[in-house]
Design a protein around this ligand. Structure first.
Ligand code: PGA
Length: 247
């Protein structure tokens, strides 16, 4: 089964409009010649600008989060229709920084993934264990619980990102063996939930301290279909190098 690689750039709470314009101009110039699908996840005030700058290219734009309801009194939140209106195709659901800093439950992640699908957005659902969970031998249980919950509403299409919390922003990238073991497990659980054929087509990205130096070795793992990149996505040259390592 060949799965076209997918690489996301999660800008988190970084970059201003002038940075985003220069970044998009640079990456757009290479967009016709990339071995993977690519999507940028800027913070909300930059979304419309980035989507416009990337419009008509092969590089998509996505939100970092969405509220499960389509409108209402939710100060500071962004709805699915607003993301679509800004030009987004994708949205992150359940990033560990949302789970930790905003106390997002598995059940809320499920509602977000479903809301994304209902509004025509593709959810990129993030799952991953903490260091304590890994040390206590609970990694697979945590992944199964998060997957089970996030997919309970059966969103389709969707993609997954395995992001061990201990590897995010720490420089402590998972070894290719650890990443492959987790990805293979996720694909097995996915097969139980959605059937073997559907699971074999799903893209499972790895995230956590990915950089141009470690990307190719990780990408060589059979169940790893691309990356969700944080820090290294802030520099278009490094982000492009990571995308090219999926060739
Ligand atoms: P990082 O972040 O590449 O800076 O570790 C990844 C992520 O949080 O998606």
């Amino acid at each position: 089964m060949t799965r076209r690689p997918l690489v996301g750039g999660n800008w988190k709470m970084h970059l201003l409009r002038a940075d985003a314009v220069a970044y998009c101009d640079r990456i757009r110039a290479e967009a016709g010649d990339l071995p993977a699908d690519a999507v940028l996840f800027p913070s909300a005030p930059l979304l419309a600008l980035v989507a416009r700058k990337l419009g008509g290219s092969s590089i998509a734009c996505g939100g970092q989060d969405l509220h499960p309801e389509e409108k209402g009194a939710h100060t500071g939140d962004v709805s699915g229709p607003q993301l679509v209106d800004a030009g987004c195709e994708w949205v992150l659901c359940g990033h560990s920084e949302r789970r930790q800093n905003h106390h997002e439950s598995d059940e809320l992640v499920e509602r977000k993934a479903l809301a994304a699908q209902q509004h025509g957005l593709k959810p990129l659902v993030c799952i991953g264990e903490t260091a304590a969970e890994r040390e206590s031998g609970a990694t697979f249980d945590v992944l199964d619980r998060q997957l089970d919950a996030a997919l309970a509403g059966r969103p389709e299409p969707f993609a997954l990102a395995y992001e061990p919390v201990w590897a995010i922003g720490t420089g402590a990238t998972a070894t290719p063996e650890i990443a492959q073991e987790a990805h293979a497990h996720i694909r097995e659980t996915l097969a139980d939930l959605t059937g073997a054929e559907a699971a074999s087509t799903k893209r499972i990205l790895y995230g956590g301290s990915v950089n141009p130096e470690n990307a190719a070795e990780l990408f060589a793992q059979p169940d790893l279909d691309g990356f969700l990149v944080g820090g290294a996505s802030l520099d278009p040259e490094r982000f492009l190098a990571i995308i090219r390592s999926c060739g």
